[in-house]
Ligand binder design. Structure first.
Ligand code: SF4
Length: 436
């Protein structure tokens, strides 16, 4: 029931994991703004810890990560991270940490004991009572000790980078991980007490067919995935040089990509998964599905989330912290990140102050992407109407009294519809991925 309108998908749009997006960050925001935001924060917060290392670098990857092959570099990074945790914690008042997420990179590129030490530091510096702990994992390098450690510290949520189960596609994208390896990792995580397990899968890979997409989805279903994120691969080698290793001749075209996204949506919905936003799916009992069904879903730098803390503190090189009135990113370069911390300084390098207008527009974009509907004040409608018209005319969104609604048929166009309320998006479209 999705209709392909190539002209309405032609303009690349942001993923809107924040508003304003990271493309709007500048160096007028930095250390002092971050310090003040930390000092005035109180109440519920979440923590994100970035480990920018992987044992093996995948060719398609756009993350800020490097090979974990030099022990000294890894140790130096972890020392700096401990320092940052204690520095940031010392600046914050009475906060209640709801969640701690480890991402990367691959957090399991560090030793399990180093992971426990990081958690210890977080508990000492932020004093969380009983936070939800989640972790992103690379099944290729998931040693058995990780299961023991995760069980002992109470990790209940995990996400595995899988992308595809098809061996020929794994070879084409530089990420070889036989199905048995993923099965073993799944068993280990379940034994460790993980109750919410996400599989990241991709469509739009070079040489991929609908049969490949189905094969990967069925594998994930057989393994009992609680959540599935089905992303479109964005081939942008001019921005991500490691993607030059991928042969672009075999990349599916835009219409094929659209068909793959639709196929995945139909298959997962028919299998009883709840569509969450435009590219996530969750079993009805999972908290992400419940958030989608109850209208409490949010979007942050990790994608769709049921985390409703108003403040997210990013720790580690390139991490982004999010406050209602400020977005701020740590220094991306690991060497400079370490150097700043050696001087006892916060590493905030750039960001943006969110004006009242940004906050209002951010709420509209969040509502459209997470709830499929938003209240639009007249003042904002006037600016957006021209850009919305083609989507309204095609039935991809409609008015319901004073709400703008995106029906299921409009899901592939949700980011493009949301972009109508983004005043920064009038120019430089090349910086973003295609809408599907
Ligand atoms: S394991 Fe994940 S973060 Fe690391 S290179 Fe591969 S895709 Fe990127």
């Amino acid at each position: 029931m999705w209709t392909y309108h190539p002209e309405l998908l032609a303009t690349p749009v942001p993923r809107y994991t924040s508003f304003p997006t990271a493309a709007e960050f500048g160096d007028r925001v930095g250390e002092r703004d971050y310090r003040e935001a930390l000092q005035r924060s109180a109440g519920d917060i979440s923590l994100y810890v970035h480990i920018p290392f992987c044992e093996k670098i995948c060719w398609y990857c756009g993350c800020n990560t490097a090979a974990a092959n030099r022990k000294q570099r890894l140790t130096a990074y972890l020392d700096a991270l401990h320092h940052e945790i204690s520095l940031v914690g010392s600046l914050m008042g009475d906060v209640n940490v709801q969640r701690i997420s480890f991402g990367g990179g691959s957090p399991n590129a560090i030793a399990p004991l180093d992971f426990v030490r990081l958690l210890d530091s977080l508990f000492v510096s932020f004093g969380p009572r009983a936070p939800d702990i989640s972790i992103e994992l690379d099944p290729r390098t998931l040693a058995p000790e990780w299961g023991q450690v995760m069980a002992s510290v109470g990790v209940t949520r995990a996400s595995m980078g899988v992308q595809t189960f098809s061996p020929h596609l794994q070879a084409a994208i530089g990420r070889v991980q036989p199905a048995e390896m993923i099965e073993r990792a799944t068993d280990m995580l379940r034994d460790a007490g993980v109750t919410s397990l996400n599989f990241d899968l991709m469509y739009g890979l070079p040489g991929q067919t609908l049969d490949d997409v189905e094969d990967s989805l069925r594998h994930a279903l057989r393994l009992g995935a609680d959540r599935i994120a089905l992303f479109g691969y964005a081939h942008v080698p001019h921005m991500i040089p490691r993607q030059k290793q991928i042969d672009a001749h075999d990349l599916p075209g835009a219409q094929e990509r659209f068909a793959m996204a639709l196929f995945g949506y139909n298959l997962l919905r028919d299998e009883g998964y709840v569509p969450v936003g435009f590219d996530h799916f969750a079993r009805p009992g999972d908290s992400l599905a419940q958030a989608a069904l109850s209208g409490t879903l949010h979007r942050n730098f990790q994608g769709f989330t049921d985390d409703n803390a108003p403040v997210l503190i990013g720790l580690g090189a390139s991490s982004i912290s999010c406050f209602p009135d400020l977005l701020v990113q740590n220094e991306k370069n690991a060497g400079r990140y370490r150097m700043l911390l050696s001087q006892d300084r916060l590493t905030a390098a750039h960001g943006i102050a969110r004006t009242q207008d940004d906050q209002r527009r951010g709420a509209i974009i969040n509502d459209l992407l997470c709830r499929g509907r938003a209240d639009i004040p007249d003042t904002m409608l006037r600016d957006a109407l021209d850009r919305l018209d083609p989507y309204l005319a095609a039935g991809l969104c409609h008015w319901n009294v004073d709400h703008l609604e995106i029906p299921p048929e409009g899901l592939p166009y949700a980011r493009s519809i949301a972009a109508a309320f983004d005043p920064y998006r009038q120019h430089s479209p090349r910086r973003f991925s295609s809408a599907v």
